[in-house]
Design a protein around this ligand. Structure first.
Ligand code: HEC
Length: 98
């Protein structure tokens, strides 16, 4: 009984951690648009449909502070610094389907 509870708890928390749609809606949509259709702060490219490998690489770059394409990398760093690898992968996959 206790074990089953623990497994359910783990499953739920990993869903919360790595659900691309909810990460995107809560952390990205305000600047990039609900459907990824906006240029964030008038600077970024439109990211909807961008392939997941490119997006993953860019997010990792912003997170580590090495990517700054339009002088606004610091804004992106703040947005993605709390995402772990699994979450980055999920959100990149989600964006590729927008
Ligand atoms: C505060 C507004 C803001 C939020 C929120 C935000 N971004 Fe950005 N994003 C930007 C800006 C500004 C840039 C351009 C940064 C630069 O100068 O390189 C950018 C760039 C990007 C790029 C590169 C686009 C290109 O031009 O090639 C990707 C991919 C991206 N963001 C994904 C995300 C994801 C995923 C999230 C949510 C976890 C997110 N962003 C949240 C503002 C934001």
């Amino acid at each position: 009984m206790k074990k089953k509870y623990l497994i359910t708890l783990l499953a739920v928390s990993s869903m919360l951690m790595a659900d691309g749609a909810s990460i995107y809606a809560s952390k990205c949509a305000s600047c990039h648009g609900v459907h990824g259709e906006k240029s964030a702060l008038g600077k970024s490219k439109i990211i909807a449909g961008q392939d997941a490998a490119t997006t993953t690489k860019q997010i990792q770059g912003y997170k580590s502070g090495t990517l700054n394409m339009y002088g606004m990398g610091g804004a992106m760093k703040n947005m993605v610094k709390g995402l772990d690898d699994a979450s980055i992968k999920e959100v990149a996959n989600y964006i590729s389907k927008l």
